[in-house]
Design a protein around this ligand. Structure first.
Ligand code: SF4
Ligand code: SF4
Ligand code: SF4
Length: 308
């Protein structure tokens, strides 16, 4: 069957795609890809190189948001290049007022510190929210532990993996191995007995594996969701919004946040600049109530990090 030629309207829609970014010279464009969590297979990488060579692209840029940009693309090559990138499984991405590339660290699949499977969560969030048109740009980032390698709290929506250690105080010998291991001075040994200072504990769970007697257990992993962070000229750290118990709960909470941004936020400023303390508290309260009928209950934070 002959391929249908795109109409002028479809063509103009194509140029509106967020991943097509005009350069200083308006005859050339940057083509940004959709690569959730920055994961690309070797075949896709070869494919990107092949496509770059085919269209005379001499340089490819790896961005801070874990995506790839093909530089200095001629205006007349855009449509063919986009089709080739689609076939390669690395389609044109997003950059405008929309949900842009989801960033994530490697998580439990590769990192020994990880608490959550951040790649699996990134995939779910990408499938559901990527490219959704919004009044402001919405960045989502995931770190699988409080080390925060993706600076997730400097994003409009940040997700951090948490793990709460549970000690068997009756058996603890007071050997202090876990106290030496803790980077936050949250564990003290006083008169041979272990004392926890929860105001310092970051819920990283790193002490769990330090105990030579295996007296430290751990709770199920949790997902700290923060709202209203940003980088740029005036960086802001996102505020604690919710602590979820599962990936699906995270997706449900993010859905509420995205819908609220879509309905309530104006397009003239970035989200964090519009989010007053009162609005944040009021919205948080509303989301909590709306999640109850779905059986989603927020984990009650008891440690300083999760409350900040
Ligand atoms: S945030 Fe934690 S889990 Fe993720 S890469 Fe960094 S250290 Fe590993
Ligand atoms: S979970 Fe808390 S106590 Fe354990 S190592 Fe991390 S900060 Fe220290
Ligand atoms: S390492 Fe184990 S036994 Fe030693 S102080 Fe910590 S919890 Fe107690």
């Amino acid at each position: 069957m002959a391929r249908r030629r795109p109409s002028n309207r479809e063509k103009s829609q194509f140029y509106l795609k967020g991943g097509i970014i005009p350069e200083i010279d308006p005859d050339y464009y940057i083509v940004r890809l959709r690569t959730p969590a920055g994961m690309i297979t070797p075949d896709q990488m070869s494919g990107i190189a092949r496509i770059a060579r085919r269209f005379g692209v001499s340089q490819v840029h790896c961005t801070t948001r874990q995506t790839v940009e093909l530089l200095h693309v001629k205006h007349e090559d855009l449509e063919k290049m986009a089709a080739a990138l689609e076939r390669n499984g690395t389609p044109v991405g997003a950059e405008r007022d929309e949900v842009v590339n989801i960033t994530s660290c490697l998580g439990t699949q590769n990192c020994k510190y990880a608490v959550i499977d951040s790649l699996s969560l990134a995939k779910k969030l990408d499938e559901k929210f990527f490219g959704r048109e919004m009044p402001v740009k919405v960045r989502i980032a995931i770190s699988a532990c409080p080390n925060g390698c993706t600076s997730e709290r400097l994003n409009e929506i940040g997700i951090t993996g948490l793990r709460k250690p549970i000690r068997n105080m009756g058996l603890c010998t007071g050997c202090s191995t876990c106290a030496h291991y803790c980077r936050e001075q949250a564990i003290k040994i006083v008169n041979g007995k272990l004392q926890m200072d929860n105001s310092h504990c970051m819920l990283c769970g790193f002490c769990v594996h330090a105990c030579p007697y295996n007296y430290i257990n751990f709770d199920e992993p949790r997902y700290l969701i923060t709202l209203g962070g940003k980088r740029g000229r005036h960086p802001k750290i996102g505020r604690t919004f919710f602590i979820a118990k599962s990936e699906d709960d995270v997706v449900a909470v993010v859905e509420k946040i995205i819908y609220w941004i879509y309905r309530s936020i104006a397009s003239d400023k970035m989200l964090p600049e519009q989010l007053t303390d009162e609005e944040f508290a009021e919205f948080r309260e509303r989301v909590m109530k709306s999640l109850e009928p779905l059986g989603i209950e927020g984990y009650k934070p008891t440690h300083a990090f999760a409350l900040r």
